[in-house]
Design a protein around this ligand. Structure first.
Ligand SMILES: NC(=O)c1ccc[n+]([C@@H]2O[C@H](COP(=O)([O-])OP(=O)(O)OC[C@H]3O[C@@H](n4cnc5c(N)ncnc54)[C@H](O)[C@@H]3O)[C@@H](O)[C@H]2O)c1
Length: 364
């Protein structure tokens, strides 16, 4: 088992990474002297595959101290929170309680917000079960739900006590979900340095096949990068914005496509648009654009975007949380390891970037 320490001054915690380590969780909870009053929020598909394993690890688990939720963007909602709060109250969960979230990013975001808000905050542990939630959403403390047609618009920064990543859960992920996770991994490839970027490029196929060695190295690297960014800027007033590379486009694409596209697929499409905009605004050359595109091209056949409406996409981008003074602030790239924050662009340049960036995902 490997460990990454997220050394936040107020809320430091560990991220444990390994294969088959879920069974250590109970022991880790005891080591941290966390409460025995636990509430489990479990992804419906994870429950289908792993109910026996979860119940064997936590023999006290009953329908009274757990809730199984469907992982759909429409369920990242007040309705799900209502169900969680109702059950917590009905079963007399107090301020000394612990929520254990077992699932992908949707479960983690909703469970995290429930933990942040129930009785003004109870303890939280993430057990991410998708590649995407392991490399990204379970670390860093962003929690929240969607509202109306805006993603993640109601939420809180709330750090967990512990994150436990057991890669054996990934065996039941579909190929599409693995590629969705790779979407966020690619983001870290651009945030990192040429060494990790080249490693990723070389091992993309092995990563798609969940090769043990590559998987562990990639998770460790992404979690370390995310941890260091979050330590420098926990509440996203500056440098943390780099984690949004491609996301201004991606969130708008997800809403425009009625969430029929997976988050990480939208991130890959969003990074594609961000690269074209970076080139249009002369942050990167055409040669660099073509080179960076190799990694996108290698995954593009698995991602489909239905017909889209640019004006709707643009209107959605105008609601992005990073915007200031009613101007869209893009996160773009100047090269591997060189992220450009708060970039502004004319509507016509954005339209060009969207048209070029989405072409490979729409032309089939
Ligand atoms: N909080 C953050 O910092 C942050 C960062 C990135 C993304 N997100 C959010 O995360 C969400 C996406 O997360 P995700 O990609 O994990 O998707 P998800 O939670 O929707 O899970 C994807 C699918 O995989 C299934 N699943 C989960 N684990 C499984 C397993 N082990 N085996 C089989 N099926 C399994 C789920 O039931 C679901 O159908 C989005 O809502 C996104 O906005 C949050």
């Amino acid at each position: 088992m490997k460990t990454v320490e997220i050394k936040l001054s107020q809320n430091p915690y560990k991220v444990l990474v390994g294969e088959g380590i879920f069974e250590n969780l109970s022991n880790e909870i005891s080591k941290k002297k966390l409460t025995q009053k636990r509430f489990f929020i479990i992804d419906k598909n994870v429950n289908l595959h792993y109910a026996g394993r979860i119940r064997a690890a936590f023999t006290e688990l009953t329908s009274g101290n757990s809730i199984v939720l469907e992982a759909k963007e429409s369920k990242k909602s007040f309705e799900s929170l209502f169900k969680i709060y109702s059950k917590l109250l009905k079963e007399n969960y107090g301020r000394d309680s612990l929520i254990i979230a077992i699932g992908g990013g949707i479960i983690g975001d909703v469970a995290g917000f429930a933990a942040a808000t129930y009785m003004r905050g109870i303890k939280l542990i993430h057990v991410p079960t998708t590649l995407l939630s392991s490399v990204d959403s379970s670390v860093g403390g962003k929690t929240g739900v969607n509202f109306g047609d805006t993603k993640n618009i109601v939420g809180a920064f709330y750090q967990p006590e512990l994150v436990l990543i057991d890669t054996s859960f990934f065996k039941t992920l579909s190929k599409g979900e693995v590629i969705s996770g790779i979407g966020e991994v690619i983001k870290y490839g651009f945030l990192s340095d040429t060494k990790f970027y080249n490693y990723l490029k070389k091992n993309l196929h092995k990563l798609q096949n969940l090769d043990d060695i590559v998987l562990e190295k990639v998770i460790m690297e992404c979690v370390k990068i995310k941890g260091s960014v979050v330590i420098s800027d926990e509440k996203e007033s500056g440098i943390r914005k780099v984690l949004n590379l491609g996301h201004t486009f991606a969130h708008a694409i997800e809403v425009d496509q009625n969430y029929k596209i997976k988050h990480g697929h939208a991130v890959i499409a969003g990074i594609s648009c961000a690269m074209y905009l970076s080139c249009k605004l002369n942050f990167i050359t055409e040669n660099a654009l073509n080179e960076y595109f190799e990694i996108i091209n290698a995954l593009s056949s698995e991602i489909k975007i239905a017909e889209y409406n640019f004006n709707k996409l643009y209107a959605l981008m105008r609601r992005d949380k990073k915007n200031r003074e009613s101007k869209i602030k893009f996160v773009l790239i100047g090269g591997v390891g060189e992220i450009v924050l708060d970039a502004e662009a004319n509507k016509s340049d954005v339209e060009y970037a969207v048209k070029c960036g989405l072409k490979i995902f729409t032309k089939r």
